[in-house]
Design a binder for this molecule. Structure first.
Ligand code: TNX
Length: 518
């Protein structure tokens, strides 16, 4: 009897001894607040240890929903491309957990997330997959560039431990790309979204038509793209998105939690449309292709019912392809349209957009008409218009030209860009408070920010990136972070530490001398 006990005890001991020891790593002291996160989170509380990120790490989720599984696969793939693959498949001692939860008080908005980093595990929690995606972007910024090969029998990328609580200041954090003055391919637009989403930008507004080109296939009016799509500024061949191309952009945007806002600019900026269908212009004059850079010379015939039938078709087709809530009708610089006609036009088109289930957006000039309070006004130039919109209870997207126009030159030596709204160096794009900029506008009037990139002087990814980055990264922070956290001296240091991220994403950013690029 006794002998049997001893034997059993011995077997138990041997079994226990054969179990691998739980891996204990002695991390050097860390400080989570030292990591350069852009946009700056609401709070970062360090606990001075680390999580041992390594190759082939397991990502687990608390729900089996397709969307969360997809995010988990996306994170695994991102980690694999950052860290490389381990040839030895090992059982992971530490895990990353993604959770969708209802019950955490701090997670108030859809995009709020918590990122908790402990030695035993790294946890991202949010109410929505969107929030988890934003948290993943933060996590990707925390990963050190080089592994530490001395802490464990395998490579470790230690992530400083602690708690990050985060939520956006504004729900709408956008940028616009003008694909009309110069055409940009689907691949170029996708690459732009890869970079934008890394900085938590969640809206891409596509300026799809202008005097120089019409860029989206409309099946009921095929000549818009076939004829109107051929030209661009400078006389080089233009191009257009087929509906399949556009769907591909929209689907890619959804994966990056970006809302596409399509814009068909009217009643001005319509030479390309009228070139395809002269009835739209209605003056009887011969329309010629336009490849210059002037604005304000074209108009639809606002008193012809055929024009509204046309707009109904265009809006219907685009609305069907667009899951996002907004459809932008331009409305800017309609200098060739009489004011009464302009008012009549905007009000009619607002009804058409609504009838197809979308919220209308337009440049600030539309605030001079009798708008429904659901329409969103994009304030680019005229403060009076912005105040009028606020009075009318319209939500406002701030795109202030002298601070946010990405097509303005950085300085007199800039290789690309215009300068009508002034030069915008990297610090000037960042050092202002959107909620205080216009006296009389209150935070509750502001839906968010959007930095437009007009493309008269640029025609490919390298040129686009030169003008957009790094300025739009600063705008992303203005839109996401708490106003009390905005500080140029501190931001420029963080931005300098993002060289490695920008190089990894293959961004042709402008190396402004105002920033010490590491
Ligand atoms: C103004 S901003 C425009 C565009 C030009 C841009 C050039 C706005 C609503 N209209 O048509 O491309 O300036 O910076």
């Amino acid at each position: 009897m006794k002998k049997k006990h001893v034997l059993l005890g011995f077997i138990a001991f041997v079994l226990m001894a054969c179990q691998p020891e739980p891996l204990k790593i002695n991390f050097p002291k860390t400080d989570l607040t030292d990591v350069a996160i852009i946009p700056k989170p609401v709070s970062v509380d360090p606990t001075h240890s680390a999580f041992g990120l390594h190759q082939n790490i397991t990502v687990s989720t608390n729900l089996q929903t397709d969307s969360l599984q997809e995010l988990s696969a996306y994170l695994s793939k991102s980690l694999e491309s950052l860290l490389g693959n381990d040839t030895i498949q090992r059982e992971s001692p530490f895990k990353i957990h993604l959770y969708i939860l209802d019950s955490i008080a701090e997670l108030d908005s859809a995009e709020s997330y918590q990122l908790e980093i402990q030695e035993e595990g790294l946890h991202i929690r949010s109410k929505t997959t969107e929030g988890v995606f934003r948290g993943i972007q933060t996590l990707l910024q925390l990963i050190p560039e080089k592994s530490n090969d001395t802490l464990a029998p395998f490579k470790i990328w230690p992530i400083p431990s602690g708690m990050i609580q985060d939520a956006p200041q504004y729900a709408y954090r956008g940028t616009m790309l003008d694909v009309a003055r110069h055409f940009f391919t689907v691949e170029e637009v996708k690459k732009h979204m890869d970079i934008l989403s890394f900085y938590k930008i969640n809206v891409l507004h596509l300026h799809l038509s202008d005097d120089q080109g019409w860029r989206i296939e409309i099946k009921s009016w095929p000549k818009l793209a076939e004829v109107g799509g051929q030209t661009e500024v400078g006389g080089t061949p233009g191009g257009y998105y087929t509906q399949e191309d556009y769907k591909e952009i929209v689907a890619y945007a959804q994966k990056k939690f970006i809302t596409i806002v399509p814009e068909i600019d009217m009643p001005g900026h319509t030479n390309a449309a009228s070139l395809a269908y002269p009835l739209l212009d209605g003056t009887g004059k011969t329309i010629k292709p336009y490849t210059g850079m002037r604005v304000g010379f074209s108009s639809f015939n606002t008193r012809d019912e055929a024009v509204y039938a046309f707009i109904d078709d265009v809006v219907r087709e685009i609305a069907e392809l667009t899951p996002g809530p907004y459809l932008h009708i331009g409305g800017d610089e309609s200098h060739a349209t009489k004011k009464v006609d302009y008012n009549y036009f905007v009000e009619r088109v607002e009804g058409i957009v609504k009838s197809h289930g979308k919220k209308m957006m337009g440049w600030d000039e539309i605030a001079t008409t009798n708008l429904s309070s659901e329409t969103v006004v994009q304030f680019w130039n005229n403060t009076e218009n912005a105040l009028k919109a606020a009075q009318n209870k319209n939500q406002i997207v701030i795109s202030l030209a002298k601070k946010m126009y990405l097509d303005m030159k950085y300085d007199a030596d800039s290789k690309f860009g215009l300068d009508w709204a002034g030069l915008i160096p990297v610090d000037s794009a960042y050092t202002w408070y959107p909620d205080k900029y216009v006296k009389g506008l209150e935070p509750k009037n502001i839906l968010g920010l959007e930095a437009p990139l007009w493309s008269e002087t640029i025609s490919n990814s390298a040129e686009l990136e030169y003008l957009a980055y790094p300025r739009v990264i600063g705008h992303a922070e203005l839109a996401w972070s708490k106003p009390e956290h905005l500080n140029w001296a501190e931001y420029r240091k963080r931005l300098g530490k993002h060289t490695r991220h920008l190089e990894r994403l293959n961004v042709n950013f402008y190396r402004s001398t105002l920033v010490d690029w590491e």
